[in-house]
Design a protein around this ligand. Structure first.
Ligand code: PEP
Length: 251
């Protein structure tokens, strides 16, 4: 797949069903085919309804925020790729730092989830990024490299070509502290070079790498205009239709 400009909204555990539908409708009304691809990662309970809202709009897709690595069975509380696919969602966010931190999802588990998603014709948005202490110690590139090597680089070229990567420095998520455009570009460039070494120039050049971490209407344009930043994964600002639409239209 080729490199694509994407603005994805991660609603996390926010909105009830009615609010979620209103938000999806508010965003849908204002997007145009010429905008970047819009992805809405709604809570699992809203996925079907949100997918119905956007089903005839080609530039908008729906994502789950997580899935099980298992296909079915006695896994109380889990959601399978089959369930996600059946309601019309196309993407699954995997490895968000909140899943890594609060639910102890490590690279080995994420490697299995990524494979399950791809084997079942869904597309992963794979999150990576370092905590503040790692950034301060200057080890951020090494940290992200390990996340990619252990979580993604087991994939075949054909499968890897379908992956969207989201670089989300943990110190910037939900904190209001955004990475500077230079910091974002530097890491995105390093990530692309890691992909070159593993999969070659063509695949690396075609990989979509999103930036996430306090993206707002006021900073989206400068972040998205960096040569290796192909859009954003947006948390807080995706919960207000007007703000999210401004971010979608930022570049
Ligand atoms: C996120 O959760 O992926 C995120 C980037 O959140 P925020 O935009 O609120 O920092």
């Amino acid at each position: 797949m080729s490199r694509q400009l994407i603005v994805a909204g991660n609603w996390k555990m926010n909105t009830n069903l009615k609010e979620g539908i209103k938000l999806a409708k508010g965003v849908s009304k204002k997007t145009k085919p010429s905008d970047p691809l819009v992805i809405m990662a709604a809570p699992a309970t809203h996925l079907h309804a949100v997918a119905e809202v956007v089903k005839d709009i080609p530039g908008i897709q729906v994502a789950a925020q997580n899935c099980s690595q298992e296909l079915s069975g006695a896994y109380t509380g889990e959601i399978s790729v089959g369930m996600i696919k059946a309601i019309g969602a196309k993407y699954v966010i995997l490895g968000h730092s909140e899943r890594r931190q609060y639910f102890k999802e490590g690279n080995a588990l994420l490697a299995k989830k990524v494979k399950t998603v791809l084997d079942n014709s869904l597309l992963p948005i794979f999150c990576c990024g370092e905590p503040l202490a790692v950034r301060k110690a200057g080890n951020h590139a090494r940290h992200v490299s390990k996340q990619l090597r252990e979580g993604l680089f087991h994939l075949s070229k054909k499968d890897f070509a379908k992956v969207v990567i989201a670089y989300e420095p943990i110190w910037a998520i939900g904190t209001g502290v955004t990475a500077s455009p230079e910091q974002a570009q530097e890491m995105h460039d390093k990530i692309r070079k890691m992909i070159v070494r593993k999969y070659g120039d063509k695949i690396a050049d075609n990989t979509t790498i999103l930036y996430g971490g306090s993206v707002k209407p006021a900073n989206a344009k400068v972040l998205f205009s960096q040569p290796d930043v192909d859009g954003g994964l947006v948390g807080g600002a995706s919960l207000k239709a007007d703000d999210f639409v401004k971010i979608i239209k930022a570049r």
